[in-house]
Design a protein around this ligand. Structure first.
Ligand code: SF4
Length: 75
């Protein structure tokens, strides 16, 4: 799965790091580090973290790219 955090929105509330510590981690007081390609086993945690972010800064599987795993392919 793919994760993107809009770091210009993120205010370091750390909700995500609390809910999905394997994918999101606070580095210092405000800087967020995250795994851009967390394992699918973490999907539920990551989705929960994305939903909990007060700023909706976490985007899951919204990256346009050739290897998106969701969606239907044409033809
Ligand atoms: S929950 Fe949202 S605002 Fe808080 S650290 Fe995570 S991405 Fe940033």
């Amino acid at each position: 799965m793919r994760v993107v955090v809009d770091l210009s929105r993120c205010q370091g509330y750390a909700q995500c790091a609390f809910l999905a510590p394997d994918a999101f981690r606070m580095h210092g007081e405000e800087a967020l580090m995250y795994a851009p390609n967390p394992d699918d086993a973490q999907r539920e945690q990551v989705l929960r973290a994305a939903a909990a972010c007060p700023l909706q800064a976490i985007l899951v599987d919204r990256v346009d790219g050739p290897d998106t795993s969701v969606g239907t392919s044409p033809s």
